[in-house]
Design a protein around this ligand. Structure first.
Ligand SMILES: [Zn+2]
Length: 115
């Protein structure tokens, strides 16, 4: 809910409380892909079946990264990716609210000056 009297401090408190349960948060995408293992004469690779595994993909400063995620760690990594998306969404929501709150502070400061 957006209050029309929200101050910049209120906004910070809102962000802090909403984000409190969102750690760890990471940005990236977790995918399930097939790839060769690199072992010589591996039957799975020779047959073309290869090996399924989870990989975390992302991009930082224009550079792509891909990190292998062992199966037992997938739930934790998936949760962190979800937290990252939720946190990103919160930050986007915070933008207009923060600007409106700053404008409100400026307007009331101007009014005080006049009086
Ligand atoms: Zn293989």
């Amino acid at each position: 809910m957006i209050r029309t009297t929200e101050s910049p401090t209120d906004l910070v408190r809102w962000l802090e409380s909403e984000a409190a349960d969102l750690w760890p948060a990471i940005l990236g995408s977790l995918s399930f892909r097939r790839s060769p293992c690199g072992r010589e004469n591996c039957p799975a690779c020779l047959s073309g079946e290869q090996h399924w595994s989870h990989v975390l993909y992302g991009r930082h400063k224009g550079r792509r990264f891909a990190v292998y995620v062992p199966e037992d760690l997938v739930p934790q990594v998936r949760r962190a990716v979800e937290n990252g998306r939720t946190l990103q969404d919160l930050l986007v929501q915070a933008g207009p609210r923060y600007v409106r709150a700053l404008k409100r502070v400026r307007v009331s400061a101007l009014k005080r000056k006049k009086n």
